[in-house]
Design a binder for this molecule. Sequence first.
Ligand code: 5GP
Ligand code: ZN
Length: 113
Amino acid sequence: MNDCLFCKIIAGEIPSTKVYEDEKILAFKDINPQAPVHILIIPKEHYESVDALDEASAPVVGDIMLVAKRLAAEFHLESGYRLITNIGENGCQSVKHLHFHLIGGTKLAERMC
Ligand code: 5GP
Ligand code: ZN
C-alpha cells in the first residue's frame, strides 16, 4: 500500500528500531510505548486488519504468535505479557496495517478497556 506507514517502515523509508525480522515478519519498538516493553509485530504483506484475512493468509497470525513468544523470552517477560490487535474504528485501530502489540515488563491493568 503506497501511503501505509507500516509498509514504509518495512521498506526502510521510515526509520524504526527493529527487534526481529524474517522473510514474512517484522517487529519493531512502538514509538509511544505504553509499558517498559512495547513491540509491534507485523506481517510484511499488507493486510488492513484481522478482518482482511482469509484461509490462505491467516496462518501468518500463527507465525506472528511464535515471533511474539520468542521476543517475550528475549525481553525477559517470564512473568507474563499481553498481545493485542486493534481492529477498526471501535477497536481504535490507528494504523491500517495488521499489527500485534506485545506489551509487558510490568504488571498490566486488570481491565483491558
Ligand atoms: P493501533 O492504535 O493502530 O493499534 O497502534 C498503532 C501503534 O503504532 C501505536 O501504538 C503507535 O504508537 C505506533 N506508531 C505510530 N506511528 C509510528 C511510527 O512511526 N513508528 C513506530 N515505531 N510506531 C508508530
Ligand atoms: Zn501496509
